[in-house]
Every structure is written in structure tokens, then in C-alpha cells.
Design a protein around this ligand. Sequence first.
Ligand code: SAM
Length: 249
Amino acid sequence: MTTDYNEGEVAQQYQQAKKQPWRERIEAYSFLRFIGDLTNKTVVDMACGEGYFTRRLRQGGAAKVVGFDVSDRMIELARAQEASNPLGIEYIVHDAREVALGKDFDLGVAAWLLVYVRERQELAQMCRGIASWLRPGGRFVTFTTNPDLYSFQPRGDYRRYGFEILLEDRVYEGAPIQWRAHLDDATLEVENYYLPISTYESAFRAAGFRDFQVRALELSPADDGVDDREYWAEFMRAPPAVIVETIKG
Ligand SMILES: C[S@@+](CC[C@H](N)C(=O)[O-])C[C@H]1O[C@@H](n2cnc3c(N)ncnc32)[C@H](O)[C@@H]1O
């Protein structure tokens, strides 16, 4: 069952889960570094959630930033933060599977959006929706669950980083990938779905994208200068996410 961010405490728990150290050391570091220079760019953050990356894109120098999410609860949380610390970000409730009219953004980013798509027809719909926000030549960069999770030998063990990933015995298109984050006083379960990288690539191509590339995650240097790569070795051996980039033709 797809995770509903409007339900119960899910939205608030997700905010807590974003405080786990790997989010900063690996997720944000890799994603923002790969996104690169934002100067003068118009940017749309798709599936922005409560605005974790949206705010950083604006603070990183983007000229205009819009964030959208299908969950009105997530957008409420994002707007509340915008109200207490205004950055000039517009947040809207919108489903990435819908085509948006009259948009011509330079850059679209999406952290953890494609992961909710279970089958090809829905993926095709989402790729058309994503394309509709971008100008020709516009770039789309997404952070997404690593489809290779199913082929790591042995499978990754992420418990020391505060979460687990539960997989089926065998892999098939649409197979669930269960993320279980261990928080201070709760456990947050989020369900993603497996699709092969070749399926993503052909769906983007069919929606008019070119130059599809997959990038590996990076670990940021530790703040205190102490070499802790050994602690992160298991994460980097079996990276649970990848970055995908593609350009609208
Ligand atoms: C794991 S959260 C990620 C939020 C944010 N990108 C981040 O990294 O903190 C996934 C978000 O995707 C949103 N989402 C799922 N399907 C969507 C869709 N079809 N269109 C827009 N947002 C969607 C959910 O509501 C949720 O807020």
C-alpha cells in the first residue's frame, strides 16, 4: 500500500527521519553537489514534502523556487515554515502525474518521487507530468531508491544508520521495497516499489528526455575532520539510493 503522507503522524515522523546523520552526510551532500550552481535558475521541487530541499535550493541562490506535493499535509508544514521564515517560495498542492500548463522551469528536482510508481503506465504518466514543468533543454535531477538493492550480495545492512530495508525473496517489476526508519519514539514505515533502471530510462525517453545518466552517492567529509569512512563503508558498499539526471529534449 503506497505511503499516505496525510495519514496520522507520518508527515511529522518524516521530518524527524530527515534528521538522521546520513541525510546530511550522504543524501543532501550528494544531491545538492550534483545539482550544482543555482544562480539565476528557476527551479521546481517536485514532491517537495515539507520543503527540506526546497528551502535549500532557494538559499543556494535559485532566482525562483516553487515546491509542489500531492499531500496537503506536507504542503501545510512547508507553508508554516515559509510563514515563520519567509524565503519567497511558493508551495502548491499538485500531483506529479498531472500535466502542468504554461511552465518553463530551467531545473526540476525530485527527491523520492519515482519510488512511489509501481507500474509502467503510471511511470509514463509521471514522466509526462515532469516534462510539462520544464523548458526545452531543462534539466531534471532526482534522488531515488537504488534499483540495485535487489542484487547486492550480501544485501545491505543499514541498522547502524538508523533504518532497515526489507525486500521480497525475489525481484519483479513493482516488488515492494519497505523502508523502516527507527526514530527516537516511533518507527516510520515507507513503501517504495522496484522498477529496473532500464524501465525508467525508456519512460523518460518516451516523454521527450535525452542523456539519461545514473550517478553514485558520495559521503561528505566529517565536520570534525576525523576520518569516519569505515563507519559508512556498509552504506557505500550497498548504496540504498542513486541520483538520476536527464535533459528535456
Ligand atoms: C519521502 S517524501 C520526500 C519529500 C522531500 N522531497 C524530501 O526529500 O524531504 C515523498 C513525498 O512524495 C510525495 N508524493 C508521492 N507521490 C506524489 C505525486 N504523485 N505527486 C506529488 N507528490 C507526491 C509525498 O506526498 C511525500 O511528501
